[in-house]
Design a protein around this ligand. Structure first.
Ligand SMILES: NC(=O)c1ccc[n+]([C@@H]2O[C@H](COP(=O)([O-])OP(=O)(O)OC[C@H]3O[C@@H](n4cnc5c(N)ncnc54)[C@H](OP(=O)(O)O)[C@@H]3O)[C@@H](O)[C@H]2O)c1
Length: 332
């Protein structure tokens, strides 16, 4: 495993991280969560990504049990705030009250005194941005959070925060990025690079599509995420015929290069210096091992051109933020 520095922070994160979104919020059993998490430690993964809203606390609670049996300095932990946490529609967003309440609840579930990274899971345009920033800065001052991040903010929202609090406010950004979703390359990566903010990218395998297991015109493979009632995520935007065909054109390209398609897809992400880590999901420990082989893979210019040819027009390349994101900025 190789490690990269997160923005201007003192954190060295593994190039492959493990996330807990659909999988560890109820998608797989507790013993499988344990096996995947231990496989991650064995493979050198030190960066674990969760959110308060994953299973409304279930994913954090599952990891609280497992991670707290490891020395706290041996792992880097990220969680998020913003999503609706109960049936009360007011129980969401980025008001100072919500941030204060949710960080304490997350720390209790995660069985730790601090998280290394606290993300705004989306932007909240109903709250003055100055209020949100001050609340985030306060949880850092209190020692509950080491570094701050954002996920799926617009360029305007990121710039507004930097204009108020300076580029050191954030160490990390969390966009969707994969061979099929290249949207961050146009505007987000240049902005984050200019401000020394790293990217930890989500759904790097397009939720499993970039392993090649979903085939055009064929039934969904049994036991796979898209065949599961509990695990089909909202960003199934990438699941369409054009993308399925593009992925099948990638299969011989990976074979010719002597690597699995998943390894090629992850190495393709890690070719970018703006990316610190690819946050993978795993529904079984074998996937963790397979996905951590990537750290040694090198991609030649010829191979990158072959990838572009195989993908054709399939990838999303224009700037676009993900599901649930909102535009606009409110000021005091
Ligand atoms: N900030 C945000 O808004 C946001 C949004 C989404 C995700 N995230 C973060 O990003 C993390 C990763 O997202 P993701 O789970 O969509 O990532 P992903 O790595 O693109 O997809 C993971 C899924 O692909 C399949 N898979 C993975 N490796 C495989 C392999 N080697 N062979 C075959 N199948 C394989 C597994 O599904 P099956 O085995 O079930 O088919 C696995 O659960 C999340 O856990 C979360 O922490 C953040």
């Amino acid at each position: 495993m190789r490690y990269r520095t997160l923005g201007n922070s003192d954190l060295q994160v593994s190039e492959i991280a493990l996330g807990s979104w659909l999988t560890y919020s109820g998608g797989v059993e507790a013993d499988v969560i344990q096996a995947c998490t231990e496989a991650a430690f064995d493979a050198g993964i030190n960066f674990f990504d969760t959110a308060n809203v994953y299973g409304r606390g279930a994913a954090e609670a599952a990891w609280g049990e497992i991670l707290s049996s490891h020395p706290r300095h041996s792992y880097i932990l990220a969680t998020k705030v913003w999503g609706q946490m109960s049936d009360d529609p007011a129980d969401q967003g980025l008001s100072p009250q919500q941030i204060n309440k949710q960080i304490d609840a997350s720390l209790a579930r995660l069985k730790t005194d601090y998280v290394d990274v606290y993300y705004a899971h989306r932007f909240d345009p109903s709250v003055p941005i100055e209020d949100t920033i001050e609340a985030f800065q306060k949880v850092v001052e209190q020692g509950k959070v080491r570094y701050l991040g954002f996920s799926e903010w617009t360029i305007e929202q990121i710039q507004a925060a930097i204009d108020i609090a300076g580029p050191d406010l954030f160490a990390i950004s969390q966009p969707q990025y994969s061979m099929l979703w290249q949207a961050p390359e146009a505007e987000l990566f240049p902005l984050t690079a200019a401000n020394a903010i790293s990217n930890a990218v989500w759904s790097p395998l397009a939720q499993g599509m970039l392993t090649g297991k979903y085939k055009p015109g064929q039934p969904l493979p049994e036991g796979s995420r898209f065949a599961s009632d509990t695990m089909s995520g909202p960003s199934v935007l990438v699941y369409n015929e054009a993308n399925l065909e593009a992925v099948q054109r990638l299969v011989p390209v990976a074979k010719q290069a002597g690597m699995s398609l998943a390894t090629l897809a992850l190495a393709w992400i890690l070719r970018r210096s703006e990316v610190a880590t690819a946050i993978t999901g795993a529904s079984r420990p074998e996937q963790v091992h397979a996905n951590t082989e990537v750290s040694d893979a090198q991609l030649s210019e010829d191979l990158l051109e072959a990838v572009d040819r195989a993908l054709g027009d399939a990838p999303v390349t224009e700037p676009r933020i993900a599901a649930h994101a909102q535009t606009g900025v409110k000021h005091r």
